[in-house]
Design a protein. Structure first.
Length: 339
């Protein structure tokens, strides 16, 4: 927007006789400032016009000159001019990229994940050319025929492509990778943007409560609800009754795996043993049914050996720590993986 001002610097009134611009020609002014407007001594008037101005930032500035004429009551002419200069600056291009995955939570043992990459030219008026497409984990990305290095995006346009890769990692960890794109305009000015995506790596596991109420799922394992605890774990004789049986719940009947899942626990050594066995029975059922999807142990044999060693230590701290660790792994995603 250009603002034009005419001031009467003389000691008598003047009448405006012309308003012209070197670029825009004759100017109409407005109702308070136009040809015929009378300006008292010392008075002034102004008006504004809005024009589209464009040019090359590396070329000359935009210059236009405003000239006004006025006469006094004797017909004597007075005129003056003033110029306005508009400097052209380079407006850098801008792009926006997005990266999304078709699954943001997968089993830690791995799954194919499809990532979608989008590059959008958010510049208001100029096209950009893609210079590079990179991922912090997968490296240089080829894109596709419609979205790759060399693709030209008009202002406001976008392109996209997909990549499917295998993702795996430690249970409970996250996989994060960042997509970065670089583009340039016709002046060689770069624009870049990045976006990341995070995938959680979960595991499967079931709590003691699940195994108590879903006995039909025991068929996935080699264990039975009425199987005795001492047929699976090595229990020191100090925990057994006079008949050589384990009866921690004191119901007069030898404890089974189902009994162990119902143990209440306590603060003494036998109470801590109950807590460990409750978690351990759920653990061996998880390991037997879920295999690689249950991460802490490679086999039921390994799990049982670790539990037996903790029991043999007769150390409440050791027994409690292991119980807490197994219980943690038993609290995974509560569903069976696809067969």
């Amino acid at each position: 927007m250009f603002t034009f001002t005419v001031s009467n610097l003389s000691i008598e009134a003047v009448t405006i006789t012309s308003l012209t611009d070197s670029v825009y020609g004759t100017l109409a002014g407005d109702a308070d400032c136009e040809v015929g407007t009378v300006l008292a001594a010392g008075a002034s008037c102004e008006f504004s016009i809005t024009k589209w101005v464009e040019g090359d930032y590396s070329g000359p500035d935009h210059v236009d000159v405003f000239t006004a004429h006025a006469v006094d009551n004797d017909g004597s002419d007075a005129h003056d001019d003033d110029d306005a200069i508009v400097d052209f600056t380079d407006v850098p291009p801008t792009i926006m990229v997005t990266k999304t995955a078709n699954a943001t939570s997968i089993p830690f043992s791995g799954a194919n994940v499809t990532f979608k990459f989008v590059v959008m030219n958010t510049s208001s008026e100029e096209a950009v050319t893609i210079l590079s497409l990179n991922d912090s984990v997968f490296g240089v990305l080829a894109g596709d025929a419609d979205c790759m290095v060399g693709t030209i995006l008009a202002a406001g346009a976008s392109c996209e492509f997909e990549v499917t890769v295998w993702v795996e990692g430690d249970a409970g960890s996250t996989h994060t990778n960042t997509f970065t794109a670089v583009a340039e305009d016709n002046d060689g000015t770069d624009a870049r943007d990045d976006d990341d995506e995070t995938i959680k790596l979960f595991w499967y596991g079931f709590t003691p409560g699940y195994w108590k109420t879903h006995t039909e799922e025991w068929g996935r394992t080699d264990y039975l609800p009425n199987q005795t605890v001492i047929s699976v774990f090595t229990i020191p004789t100090s925990y057994l009754n006079n008949q050589g049986e384990l009866d921690l719940n004191k119901d007069g009947v030898e404890d089974t795996l189902m009994d162990a899942l119902n143990y209440k626990g306590g603060n003494d050594l036998k109470g801590k043993l109950q807590i460990l066995l409750r978690a351990a029975v759920a653990g061996i059922l998880n390991e037997a049914s879920l295999d690689d999807y249950y991460p802490p142990y490679d086999s039921t044999t390994e799990l049982i050996d670790v539990v037996n060693a903790a029991i043999a230590s007769t150390n409440k701290g050791t027994i409690t720590s292991l119980a807490m660790a197994i219980d943690y792994w038993n609290n995974g995603i509560h569903m069976f993986p696809e067969p």
